[in-house]
Design a protein around this ligand. Sequence first.
Ligand SMILES: Cc1cc2nc3c(=O)[nH]c(=O)nc-3n(C[C@H](O)[C@H](O)[C@H](O)COP(=O)(O)OP(=O)(O)OC[C@H]3O[C@@H](n4cnc5c(N)ncnc54)[C@H](O)[C@@H]3O)c2cc1C
Length: 443
Amino acid sequence: MTRLTDISLAGAASRRGFLGLAAGGLAFAAATPAAQAERVRTRAKIVILGAGAGGASIANRLVERLDGAEITVVDGKTEHWYQPGFTLIAAGLRPGSYAKSQNSDWLPSGVTWVQEHAAEIDPEAQRVTTTGGQRLDYDYLIVSTGLVLDWDAVEGFDLDRIGPETGTGAHYASPEHAVKTWQAMDAFTDRGGHALFSRPATEMKCAGAPIKYCFLTDDYLRRKGTREGSHITYAAHSGILFGVPVINEKVVIIMRRQDIEVCHHHVLQSVDMDRKLATFNTQDGPTDIEYDFFNVIPPQRAPQVVRDSGLSWADRWTDQGWIEVDMGTLRHARYPNVFGIGDINGVPKGKTAASVKWHLPVVEDHLVSELAGREGTAIYNGYTSCPLITRVGRAMLVEFDYQDNLTPSFPGIVAPLEELWISWLMKEVALKATYNAMLRGRA
Ligand SMILES: Cc1cc2nc3c(=O)[nH]c(=O)nc-3n(C[C@H](O)[C@H](O)[C@H](O)COP(=O)(O)OP(=O)(O)OC[C@H]3O[C@@H](n4cnc5c(N)ncnc54)[C@H](O)[C@@H]3O)c2cc1C
C-alpha cells in the first residue's frame, strides 16, 4: 500500500504540477506561492483581521509580495488551532496538542501583530478600533475573522459539562473539548446505546465533519462489538444530508449500509443534559429524542463586530451576517478596498481550510495588482474540499465547486466517491503538512 501511495501521488504531483509533496502535503492543490511572484513597492496600510488559517497565510504572502507596505494583523487570541485535526482528536487518534500552536509561530517578521480583537470596523472611515481602544486606519482591509459558534442558541446546553458523565460531546469547540468528546464517545462505545448526531441549520465550517464523526462512532461500536443492540440517529436540518447532490446520494447509501437512521428537517432547539434529552424543531412541531451520546454542533455566525460593521449582506443570511463579497474576486461589493478570506465570506460554498487555500491567491492577485496599477484577474471557483471519513482507515476525498461539479485533484488516481485508504491518509497525515505550508505562504 505504501508503494502504491508513493507512486500515485508522485505521479499526480508531476502531472499537474502540485506543490507540497516535499512537505508531505497532498490534500489540497497548490497555487503559485507568493515568493515566486514579482514584488511591488507601496506604502499602503493593510489591516488583516484574524490570524487563523486565512489571516496568517495572507500575511505571509503579502510580506513576500509587497515592499514598504505597513501590514498589521489584529487578533487577540495567541493560540493557533488546526481545526481539521479536531475530528481526529475526538476519535482518540491524536492528542489535544496535535491541533495547537502559537500565532507567533506563523506570523512573519515584517508585520505588526496587535494582540487584541477588533471591536469596531468602520468601512466608511477606513478604520478599525481594537478592544484596547487602538485606532488603526487602513487603505485596505482583509477580513478573516472566521466564525463564531453560537452555543447560547442551544437552550440548556453547557459546554463546561460535556464528557462521559453527560454523554455529550462538542468536538467543534476547541482541542480540549475535542478530547472530552473522545472521552464521552469512548465510554459510550464501550457499552453501546443510542448515539445521536445533528448539524445546525446555518451555514457551517466543514459541513462534512458531523457526518464523519457519526461514521467514526459507528466504526468504534463495531470494533468494540457493541454495535448490535445500539442505535444511531443522524438528525439532518433539511431534506438532504450534503449540499452537493452526487455526494449526498453517496452519503445516503452509506448511512443505509451502516444501518444509521436518518431524520430530516430536524433543527436542534434545546438539550437537557441531565435527562439526556434533545429537542428538535421539526415540520410536525417539537420532537424529543433521548440519547446516550450526542455530539452537539451549534449554529454558526459571523462575529458580532462584523455583523455591526455594515459589511454583511443586507438581504441574504441575515441571521448569520456573512460579508458581501463578490463570489469570484472575494472583493467587497460595496467597499472595494475590503476583501474577505475564509469562513467569513458570504459565498455559496467554501467554509473549509482547503477553500482558504484557494481564496488566498485570488485576494493576493487583486490587491497586489491594484497596488501595481493593474487589474487582477484571478477568480475563485468555489473550490471546497473535505476528506469525508467513513471509518478509521477509509475516507472519500470529496472536492467540488460552486456548480456542484466534482473537482478531483488527482483524477483517475483518487476516485472522489470511493472509500479509500489513500484518501484517509490525506486527512490523517498529509492535510496538516499542507495546511502548515499554506500558513507560511508556501502553498
Ligand atoms: C471540527 C472541524 C473539522 C474541520 N475539518 C476540516 C477539514 O477536514 N478540511 C478543511 O479544509 N477544513 C476543515 N475545517 C474548517 C477549517 O478549519 C476552517 O474552514 C478554517 O480554519 C477557516 O479559516 P479562517 O481563517 O476563516 O478562520 P479561523 O482559522 O477560525 O481563524 C479565525 C481567526 O480570527 C480571529 N478573530 C475572531 N474574531 C476576531 C476579531 N473580532 N478581531 C480579530 N480577530 C478575530 C480568531 O481568534 C482566529 O484566530 C474543520 C473545522 C472544524 C471545526
